[in-house]
Design a protein around this ligand. Sequence first.
Ligand code: GLC
Length: 413
Amino acid sequence: MSSGRISKLAGLLLACAAAGCATGASAETNLKVFVTSQGQPAIWRTLLDQYEARNPGIKVSVELGGTTSDMQAQYLNTVLTAKDSSLDVLMLDVIRPAQFAAAGWTSPIATDMSAYLRAYAEANTIDGKVVALPAFADSMFLYYRKDLLDKYGLQPPKTWDELADAAKKVADGEKNPNLQGLSFQGKAIEGAVCTFLVPYWSQGKVVTKDGKLDFDREAATKSLALWKGFADSGVAKKNIAEVATDDTRKEFQAGNVLFAVNWAYAWAMSQGAESAVSGKVGVARLPAIKGGEQATCLGGWEWGVSAFSKHQDEAKKLVEYLSSPEVSKYMAINGSLLPTYGKLYKDADVTKAVPWFADAQPIVETAKPRPVTPRYNEVSEVIRTTVNAVLAGATTPADGAAQIEARLKRIIR
Ligand code: GLC
C-alpha cells in the first residue's frame, strides 16, 4: 500500500473516532445531566441507570450542582455564557426558565403541557414556547414535632404568634437548651427570598402587578421584623443569619428543632434510618401573620435541554422520560418530591409512602410564584442579602424594607 493511501486510511479512522462512528460495535451517546443537590440526586441516579438499561447505546453521567440554588445558577451562568457543550440536560429551579429562555440557553420542546399542574405548565412556557419540562413540584411547609405538640396539648399553629406561644410553652416544659423553637433560612441564599415573601404575601400584598413593581414597604418591614423578632426573643437561634436550607433539615432531623420551615425533600430524610425524629414529624401549612392568609412560596425544579448540547434529540428524549408520570411517582414515593401531575397526589402508593401528600395539592396549587423576570438573579440578590443583613443585626427592618424597595425599583420598572 502506498504511503499516500495509508495516511488517507488513517485520516478516515481518526475522523470516524472523533465523530463516534465505531466500526462494528454500535455507537454510544454520552449525555451529561446537571442535577441539583437539593433534589435527591442519588434517587435520580437509580432512574438514570434504568434508562440506560432500557436504551442501549445511551450512557448518562451526572454532574452535581452546589448546595444552594443560587450557587448552581452562578455555575450554570458561567458554563452557558461560554456556550459550553459539556452539559446536555439541566435541572433548573422554577425561577430560572424565564432567564434561560431570554438568554437562548435552552432548546424549545414541542409538547403538550396540559397534564401538569398549571403553575408548572405556566412557569415553563415562555412567549408561547415550552422551554423546559417539570421535574418536581415544591412549596414551603411547616414541619413540626408531633410528639412534642401532643405532649403539651398543642395544635399546629395557624399564625406566627401562635407558633411563638407554642415554642415558649414547649421550651419552658422541656428545659432543653439544644431545642430551637423555630428554624428557617436566614443565610443570603435563594431560600431567604421565600423567607421574606411568605409573611409579606400573608398580608395580601404583591411584589409586581402587570410586570411593574407594586411594593408595600410597610408589609415588607413587618415581614423582616417578624423574623428578626424570632431571633431576638430566642424562638429562633441567635445566628439564624447563618442558616441555609439543608442546615434546617439536618438540625430538625437531629431532634434539635420544634418547628421548621422547609421544602418537601426534607420529609424523606426525616423518616430515614439516620433520623432521630422518624415517626414523630407532622407537616402543615405555614402560619399566617395575624389577620392575614396562610401563604407559601412556590418552588420546584425543571428539566431543560441545553441549547449547546450536541445531542439534541437524545437529550429531549431523556427529558421527556424524566418528566413522565412514571418518574414523578417514583420520586414522590422514594424521595418525597411532590408530583407535577395532579392525579398522583391521591395515588394509593404515593399516599402510603408520604401520607401528607394527600392534602398537599391545594397548598402547591395556591403557592405564590416569586417574581417572573429574566432579571430574577438581581431581584433575588437584593432580597436575600437584605434579609440576611437584617437578621445579622446590620440593618433595621425599616431600613431593610426601604433598601429592598429602592433597589427593586432599578430592576423592575
Ligand atoms: C427548593 C425549591 C426551590 C427553591 C429552593 C430555595 O429547592 O424547590 O424552588 O428556590 O428550595 O432554597
